[in-house]
Design a protein around this ligand. Structure first.
Ligand SMILES: [Zn+2]
Length: 362
C-alpha cells in the first residue's frame, strides 16, 4: 500500500540519519535504493516535522555540485521517562531524542505500594510533563516485574502491583502515547541504542532483583508470557541453605541481588574474603548464563548495576564459568562487559522505547 510504503521509507531514512549521522539526499538514495524523488519527498515531510534539519553544504572536495547535508534533530521532541526499578526512589526525567537528560525529578517510595505507588508514579509524570520544553513524543516507563505488550503490569511484587494497566492509566491522564516495559528490557534497548551492543545480546540487570533483557537480531524477546529473562529465581544450588523470597532455596538472586551481596560482603574480614564473595556471586551468574549462551549463541553479555560490585572478581568469575560450561569453539569469542550508561540506563531505555514505537528508530 502506498501509505505503508511511505511510513516505511520515512522510518528508514530517519533511522539512517539517526544512526549514521549527516547525509545528503543523494547519499540517502544511494544507501537505501529509493529513488531521488521518493527521498526528496520524505525528506520534505521530515523537515516540516522538524525531525531533520539542513546543516549546510558538504565540506571537502567532491566533484560536482556541493550537496546540502541533512541531520537528525534530537531537539525536535522530548520524552518523559520513568524508572521504577530502584529500592527507595522512583526516578524520572525529561530527555531529548539523543538520550540526554534535560530535567530530573524523583520521589521517595517510602513504603508505598499498590494504589499509593500508582498515585506517586502519576504525580511524578505530571511534574515532569510540566518541565517539557519541546513537543512531547511520549512517555516511557521501565518497571520491575512482568509486563505484557499492552503495557499491563501483570505482576510486580516490589511495587505491589498486579494486573494494572499502567499504559492506559497514564495515557488517559496525560493524553499522549505511553509505552511500558520491564526495566531489564528497557535497559537492553538503551544499550542497543546508545552503546551499540551486539544485535544478539543479553543484558543482566542487578538490583533489588536480578533480571535480564534479551535481544535477538536487535529485537527484544519477551516470551510467550512476557517473562523472558526472568532469571533471578533459577536455582543454582538447592542444597545451599540460602532461602529466597520466592520460597525456594539457592536461587540466583540469593547470591546476586544487591541486598544479599551487601550482606555477604559485610561478613568478609579481608580483601581475599571479599573477592571470594564476589567470585562466588559471579560463578552463580555464570552457571545460569552458560545454558542461555549455549542455546542462543549470543555474542555479548552486558552487566548493569552497581559498578564497584560487578567489576573485577564478579565479572571475571562469570566469564570464566561460562567458558568452562559452554563449548569454547563456538562461544569462545563472547564478550562480557559492564554497561557504561550508569544509573540512567532505564530512563534512556524508556526513551529508546518511545522512539522505536513512535518514530521507528531502533
Ligand atoms: Zn527465588
Amino acid at each position: 500500500m502506498p501509505e505503508q510504503a511511505r511510513v516505511h521509507n520515512r522510518e528508514l531514512l530517519l533511522r539512517m540519519l539517526y544512526r549514521e549521522g549527516p547525509r545528503s539526499r543523494a547519499d540517502l538514495a544511494r544507501r537505501t535504493g529509493l529513488t531521488r524523488v521518493s527521498v526528496s519527498d520524505v525528506v520534505s515531510d521530515l523537515l516540516s516535522d522538524h525531525l531533520v534539519r539542513e546543516v549546510g553544504m558538504r565540506a571537502g572536495s567532491r566533484p560536482g555540485k556541493p550537496a546540502m547535508m541533512l541531520e537528525f534533530n534530537e531537539h525536535a521532541y522530548q520524552t518523559v521517562a520513568v524508572d521504577l526499578s530502584h529500592s527507595t526512589l522512583y526516578r524520572g526525567a525529561v530527555l531529548d531524542l539523543g538520550g540526554a537528560v534535560v530535567t530530573r525529578r524523583q520521589v521517595e517510595i517510602a513504603g508505598s505500594a499498590g494504589t499509593d505507588a500508582l498515585a506517586k508514579v502519576v504525580g511524578l509524570v505530571r511534574e515532569l510533563c510540566q518541565e517539557v520544553t519541546a513537543p512531547l513524543l511520549g512517555i516511557g516507563v521501565g518497571t520491575p516485574g512482568i509486563v505484557d505488550l499492552g503495557g499491563v503490569v501483570l505482576s510486580a511484587p516490589n511495587l505491589g502491583l498486579k494486573d494494572v494497566n499502567l499504559q492506559s492509566v497514564l495515557a488517559e491522564e496525560f493524553a499522549c502515547p505511553v509505552h511500558v516495559a520491564n526495566d531489564a528490557n528497557a535497559a537492553a534497548l538503551a544499550e542497543r541504542s546508545y552503546a551499540e551492543s551486539a544485535a544478539d545480546s543479553l543484558l543482566v540487570r542487578v538490583g533489588v532483583g536480578v533480571g535480564a533483557g534479551l535481544l535477538l537480531g536487535g529485537t527484544p524477546v519477551l516470551g510467550s508470557r512476557f517473562a523472558a529473562g526472568e532469571i533471578g529465581h533459577v536455582v543454582v544450588d538447592p542444597d545451599s541453605g540460602r532461602s529466597c523470597v520466592c520460597g525456594k532455596n539457592g536461587c540466583l538472586e540469593t547470591w546476586l541481588s544487591t541486598r544479599r551481596i551487601q550482606e555477604d560482603l559485610s561478613e568478609a574480614r579481608t580483601e581475599g574474603e571479599r573477592d571470594r564473595v564476589l567470585a562466588v556471586a559471579g560463578e552463580s551468574l555464570g552457571c545460569v548464563l552458560a545454558p542461555i549462551v549455549a542455546a542462543l549463541n549470543v555474542s555479548e553479555i552486558v552487566l548493569s548495576g552497581p559498578q564497584r560490585v560487578l567489576e573485577g572478581p564478579l565479572a571475571a568469575a562469570t566469564m570464566e564459568t561460562i567458558r568452562q560450561r559452554a563449548l569454547t569453539e563456538v562461544h569462545g569469542d563472547i564478550v562480557l562487559r559492564l554497561s557504561e550508561l550508569g544509573d540512567d540506563i532505564v530512563l534512556r531505555g524508556a526513551t529508546a522505547m518511545v522512539m522505536s514505537q513512535q518514530l521507528g528508530i531502533v
